[in-house]
Design a binder for this molecule. Structure first.
Ligand code: TXA
Ligand code: MG
Length: 326
């Protein structure tokens, strides 16, 4: 799928200040040379992302953390030993050389070593850090295939590396290690319990003084169609009522047993957190593209394993059909 020549071309694009979309194990990233402020600024322009939203710097290995952070606390060593390469982003105090464009002017920097082989090959060949947010327009659903990236940006990006569908399907867990205690900023596939076990200490609750992770705004990861998350009983009632009055309804359900109504689009997704997460954004895109009046999502189990999925669904519901997010 991705040849050595493709990687070489992508490295050349990055070195000349261009943008490269690449697969990670979570979602596709929209990358630029993290040491080139002008290149990073292009990411913000293309995404329509406010300048105050910092981006993650992706690295080939944990040794490079010393180039980007001014301090590496023991907690960072413990977590990166255990979870890198993998879907974990750590926030540390930034080194002086890190551009304000990358950090959104904050005194911290987000760092991650992804595990996708294409991302690792690109990072190793490039040598430096690659600044990359998720490859979607601001506020919208992240891209989990190269085709989704192209449909978000068209010709606005110089190069898309196609590594197939991403494995995890939702964005990395983010933990802030820049303060006195570790704070979970964004739930992801690596759970709080796993982090606490590796740290051998509990996570602290977020405080007002913790740095903002704007991806944790209430409205995010949102389709354009209005989206409601609800229990199956109520979902069935709503689907019946709405379709009876001629509305088109798209459903994301944990059951294959669909009722028969005119104008009902029914997508069944596995009742298994890993498989659900893997398919989540592709399912949301498909439901959005069905051009219905409403998307109804069956509420998944409310257990720790489903925490990151429930987080994304809540934000998708809050941001759906919002007029002010682009
Ligand atoms: O899985 C992922 O994390 C994907 C792949 C491409 O690595 N990336 C991703 O990036 O989701 P993005 O930009 O869509 O989300 C990163 C989040 C944003 O909410 C951003 O505000 C937050 O990380 N962030 C970045 N730097 C930060 C910092 N210094 N302090 C607090 N939050 C930060
Ligand atoms: Mg994002």
């Amino acid at each position: 799928m991705v040849s050595d020549k493709d990687i070489e071309h992508a490295v050349a694009v990055l070195k000349s200040g261009g943008l490269v979309a690449f697969p990670t194990e979570t979602v596709y990233g929209l990358g630029a040379d993290a040491s080139n402020s002008q290149a990073v600024a292009k990411i913000f322009a293309v995404k329509g992302r406010p300048a105050t939203h910092p981006v993650i710097v992706h690295l080939a290995d944990a040794v490079q953390v010393a180039n980007w952070a001014s301090e590496i606390p023991e907690a960072a060593r413990a977590l990166t030993r255990k979870f890198w390469p993998g879907p974990l982003t750590i926030i540390l105090k930034r080194a002086p050389r890190v551009s304000d464009v990358v950090t959104g002017g904050q005194d911290t920097v987000a760092l991650r070593v992804p595990s996708h082989p294409v991302a690792l090959q690109l990072l190793a060949r490039f040598g430096g850090g690659i600044a990359a947010p998720s490859a979607n327009r601001h506020g919208r659903v992240s891209a989990t295939t190269a085709a989704h990236v192209r449909s978000e940006f068209g010709d606005a990006i110089d190069c898309v590396l196609d590594g197939g569908a991403t494995d995890v399907g939702i964005e990395s867990t983010i933990i802030d290690l820049s303060g006195a205690k570790p704070v979970l900023l964004r739930p992801g596939w690596i759970t709080p319990a796993q982090l606490e076990q590796a740290l051998a200490s509990p996570l602290a609750a977020p405080e007002g003084s913790a740095p903002r992770a704007p991806g944790t705004l209430a409205r995010h990861y949102a389709p354009q169609t209005m989206l409601i998350v609800t229990e199956l009983d109520l979902l069935m009632e709503l689907a019946a009522t709405l379709t009876r009055v001629g509305k088109k309804v798209a459903v994301l359900a944990l059951t294959e047993r669909r009722p028969v109504h005119e104008g009902l689009v029914w997508v069944a997704t596995p009742n298994n957190a890993a498989a659900y997460a893997h398919a989540l954004y592709a399912n949301l895109r498909a439901l959005d593209e069905a051009a219905c009046d409403t998307i109804l999502v069956e509420r998944p189990p409310q257990t720790a394993e489903w925490m990151a999925i429930n987080d994304r669904l809540t934000r998708a519901a809050a941001g759906s059909a919002a007029q002010d997010e682009t």
